[in-house]
Ligand binder design. Sequence first.
Ligand code: SAM
Length: 185
Amino acid sequence: MNRLSLALVHYPVVDRDGNIYTTAITNMDVHDIARSAKTFGLDNYYLVTPITAQQELAKTIAGFWTDGTGKLKNFDRSSAMELVSVNNDLDSVVEQELLLTGAMPFIIATSAKPSLEKTATYEEAQKLIKSHKSTLLVFGTGHGLAKTVLDRADVVLTPIYGVDDYNHLSVRSAVAIILDRLRSR
Ligand code: SAM
Protein backbone atom coordinates (compact mmCIF):
# COMPACT_ATOMS: atom_id res chain seq x y z
CA MET A 1 0.00 0.00 0.00
CA ASN A 2 1.18 3.55 -0.69
CA ARG A 3 2.54 5.42 2.28
CA LEU A 4 0.39 7.86 4.26
CA SER A 5 1.92 9.85 7.10
CA LEU A 6 1.05 12.95 9.05
CA ALA A 7 3.07 15.89 10.28
CA LEU A 8 2.09 18.02 13.27
CA VAL A 9 3.77 21.39 12.78
CA HIS A 10 4.78 23.49 15.80
CA TYR A 11 6.73 25.94 13.61
CA PRO A 12 5.98 27.84 11.44
CA VAL A 13 2.44 28.50 12.65
CA VAL A 14 0.53 31.73 13.28
CA ASP A 15 -0.67 33.29 16.52
CA ARG A 16 -4.00 35.09 16.96
CA ASP A 17 -2.57 38.23 15.29
CA GLY A 18 -1.20 36.32 12.32
CA ASN A 19 2.43 36.53 13.47
CA ILE A 20 4.70 33.53 12.97
CA TYR A 21 5.65 31.77 16.18
CA THR A 22 6.49 28.37 17.68
CA THR A 23 4.00 26.44 19.81
CA ALA A 24 4.85 24.02 22.60
CA ILE A 25 4.60 20.24 22.28
CA THR A 26 1.67 18.91 24.32
CA ASN A 27 1.56 15.49 25.94
CA MET A 28 -2.04 15.01 24.74
CA ASP A 29 -1.22 15.71 21.10
CA VAL A 30 1.67 13.25 21.17
CA HIS A 31 -0.48 10.49 22.71
CA ASP A 32 -3.86 11.03 21.08
CA ILE A 33 -2.61 11.68 17.55
CA ALA A 34 -0.28 8.65 17.74
CA ARG A 35 -3.30 6.50 18.64
CA SER A 36 -5.37 7.90 15.75
CA ALA A 37 -2.42 7.40 13.39
CA LYS A 38 -2.07 3.77 14.47
CA THR A 39 -5.82 3.13 14.28
CA PHE A 40 -5.98 4.37 10.70
CA GLY A 41 -2.80 2.59 9.55
CA LEU A 42 -0.50 5.55 9.03
CA ASP A 43 3.19 4.92 8.44
CA ASN A 44 4.64 7.80 10.45
CA TYR A 45 3.62 10.58 12.80
CA TYR A 46 6.17 13.36 12.34
CA LEU A 47 6.37 15.98 15.09
CA VAL A 48 7.98 19.16 13.77
CA THR A 49 9.69 21.62 16.09
CA PRO A 50 13.04 23.41 15.77
CA ILE A 51 13.46 23.85 19.54
CA THR A 52 15.92 21.33 20.98
CA ALA A 53 14.35 21.24 24.46
CA GLN A 54 10.93 20.57 22.89
CA GLN A 55 12.40 17.82 20.71
CA GLU A 56 13.88 16.21 23.83
CA LEU A 57 10.52 16.45 25.60
CA ALA A 58 8.72 14.74 22.69
CA LYS A 59 11.40 12.03 22.55
CA THR A 60 11.07 11.46 26.30
CA ILE A 61 7.26 11.13 26.07
CA ALA A 62 7.40 8.71 23.13
CA GLY A 63 10.50 6.93 24.47
CA PHE A 64 8.82 6.03 27.76
CA TRP A 65 6.35 3.92 25.78
CA THR A 66 8.72 2.53 23.16
CA ASP A 67 11.84 1.78 25.23
CA GLY A 68 10.92 2.30 28.87
CA THR A 69 8.67 0.64 31.38
CA GLY A 70 5.61 1.84 29.43
CA LYS A 71 6.33 -0.77 26.78
CA LEU A 72 5.94 -3.56 29.34
CA LYS A 73 2.79 -2.00 30.79
CA ASN A 74 0.81 -1.22 27.65
CA PHE A 75 1.74 -2.77 24.31
CA ASP A 76 -1.13 -1.03 22.47
CA ARG A 77 0.17 2.38 23.48
CA SER A 78 3.71 1.37 22.66
CA SER A 79 2.81 0.29 19.12
CA ALA A 80 1.15 3.69 18.50
CA MET A 81 4.11 5.59 19.95
CA GLU A 82 6.48 3.74 17.64
CA LEU A 83 5.06 5.84 14.79
CA VAL A 84 6.35 9.06 16.40
CA SER A 85 9.42 10.71 14.93
CA VAL A 86 10.75 14.10 16.01
CA ASN A 87 12.00 16.48 13.33
CA ASN A 88 13.52 19.95 12.98
CA ASP A 89 11.46 21.11 10.05
CA LEU A 90 9.19 20.03 7.21
CA ASP A 91 12.13 19.83 4.81
CA SER A 92 13.68 17.00 6.80
CA VAL A 93 10.31 15.18 6.86
CA VAL A 94 10.02 15.51 3.07
CA GLU A 95 13.62 14.30 2.75
CA GLN A 96 12.88 11.17 4.80
CA GLU A 97 9.84 10.30 2.69
CA LEU A 98 11.87 10.89 -0.46
CA LEU A 99 14.59 8.54 0.81
CA LEU A 100 12.01 5.86 1.64
CA THR A 101 10.14 5.90 -1.67
CA GLY A 102 12.39 7.63 -4.22
CA ALA A 103 9.59 10.14 -4.88
CA MET A 104 8.66 13.49 -3.38
CA PRO A 105 5.71 13.07 -0.98
CA PHE A 106 2.41 14.57 -2.11
CA ILE A 107 1.55 17.23 0.48
CA ILE A 108 -2.02 17.72 1.72
CA ALA A 109 -2.36 20.63 4.15
CA THR A 110 -5.31 21.13 6.49
CA SER A 111 -6.97 24.29 7.74
CA ALA A 112 -10.20 25.49 9.29
CA LYS A 113 -10.28 28.12 6.50
CA PRO A 114 -11.02 27.15 2.90
CA SER A 115 -8.23 27.55 0.35
CA LEU A 116 -9.17 29.70 -2.61
CA GLU A 117 -6.88 28.10 -5.19
CA LYS A 118 -6.21 24.45 -4.49
CA THR A 119 -8.89 22.75 -2.46
CA ALA A 120 -9.30 18.98 -2.49
CA THR A 121 -12.46 17.27 -1.30
CA TYR A 122 -12.16 14.12 0.83
CA GLU A 123 -13.05 11.98 -2.18
CA GLU A 124 -10.37 13.66 -4.30
CA ALA A 125 -7.85 13.28 -1.49
CA GLN A 126 -8.58 9.53 -1.24
CA LYS A 127 -7.76 9.18 -4.95
CA LEU A 128 -4.64 11.35 -4.65
CA ILE A 129 -3.37 9.19 -1.77
CA LYS A 130 -3.85 6.05 -3.86
CA SER A 131 -1.99 7.54 -6.81
CA HIS A 132 1.13 8.72 -4.93
CA LYS A 133 3.87 6.57 -3.43
CA SER A 134 3.85 8.74 -0.35
CA THR A 135 1.43 11.37 0.99
CA LEU A 136 1.98 13.70 3.90
CA LEU A 137 -1.03 15.15 5.73
CA VAL A 138 0.04 18.38 7.41
CA PHE A 139 -1.71 19.73 10.51
CA GLY A 140 -1.07 23.00 12.32
CA THR A 141 -1.05 24.14 15.93
CA GLY A 142 -1.71 27.56 17.47
CA HIS A 143 -3.98 29.45 15.07
CA GLY A 144 -3.00 27.33 12.11
CA LEU A 145 -0.27 26.70 9.57
CA ALA A 146 1.84 29.59 8.28
CA LYS A 147 1.20 30.73 4.70
CA THR A 148 4.58 29.35 3.62
CA VAL A 149 3.42 25.85 4.61
CA LEU A 150 0.02 26.24 2.92
CA ASP A 151 1.78 27.58 -0.20
CA ARG A 152 4.11 24.59 -0.47
CA ALA A 153 1.25 22.08 -0.14
CA ASP A 154 -0.01 20.47 -3.34
CA VAL A 155 -3.60 20.78 -2.13
CA VAL A 156 -5.47 21.99 0.96
CA LEU A 157 -8.21 19.72 2.24
CA THR A 158 -11.76 21.11 2.45
CA PRO A 159 -12.26 22.23 6.07
CA ILE A 160 -14.46 20.20 8.41
CA TYR A 161 -17.68 22.16 8.89
CA GLY A 162 -20.12 21.83 11.75
CA VAL A 163 -23.64 23.19 11.95
CA ASP A 164 -22.76 26.89 11.71
CA ASP A 165 -19.75 29.13 11.07
CA TYR A 166 -17.82 27.89 14.12
CA ASN A 167 -15.39 25.20 12.96
CA HIS A 168 -12.27 25.62 15.11
CA LEU A 169 -11.53 22.13 16.33
CA SER A 170 -8.62 21.03 18.44
CA VAL A 171 -6.00 19.54 16.18
CA ARG A 172 -6.48 16.15 17.86
CA SER A 173 -10.17 16.16 16.94
CA ALA A 174 -9.45 17.38 13.40
CA VAL A 175 -6.90 14.58 12.89
CA ALA A 176 -9.36 11.89 14.03
CA ILE A 177 -12.21 13.20 11.86
CA ILE A 178 -10.01 13.64 8.77
CA LEU A 179 -8.40 10.19 9.10
CA ASP A 180 -11.85 8.65 9.49
CA ARG A 181 -13.00 10.41 6.29
CA LEU A 182 -9.91 9.35 4.37
CA ARG A 183 -9.25 5.86 5.67
CA SER A 184 -12.14 4.19 7.46
CA ARG A 185 -13.62 0.95 6.11
N1 SAM B 1 -7.82 28.91 12.75
C1 SAM B 1 -6.93 27.79 12.55
C2 SAM B 1 -6.95 27.33 11.12
O1 SAM B 1 -7.45 28.08 10.27
O2 SAM B 1 -6.49 26.25 10.80
C3 SAM B 1 -7.29 26.73 13.56
C4 SAM B 1 -6.08 26.09 14.10
S1 SAM B 1 -6.46 24.62 14.94
C5 SAM B 1 -6.35 25.03 16.61
C6 SAM B 1 -5.04 23.67 14.67
C7 SAM B 1 -5.10 22.77 13.46
O3 SAM B 1 -6.21 21.87 13.55
C8 SAM B 1 -5.27 23.45 12.11
O4 SAM B 1 -4.03 23.97 11.63
C9 SAM B 1 -5.75 22.29 11.25
O5 SAM B 1 -4.68 21.42 10.95
C10 SAM B 1 -6.68 21.57 12.24
N2 SAM B 1 -8.07 22.02 12.17
C11 SAM B 1 -8.77 22.66 13.15
N3 SAM B 1 -10.04 22.87 12.76
C12 SAM B 1 -10.15 22.35 11.52
C13 SAM B 1 -11.24 22.27 10.58
N4 SAM B 1 -12.44 22.75 10.86
N5 SAM B 1 -11.00 21.67 9.38
C14 SAM B 1 -9.77 21.16 9.11
N6 SAM B 1 -8.72 21.21 9.95
C15 SAM B 1 -8.91 21.80 11.13
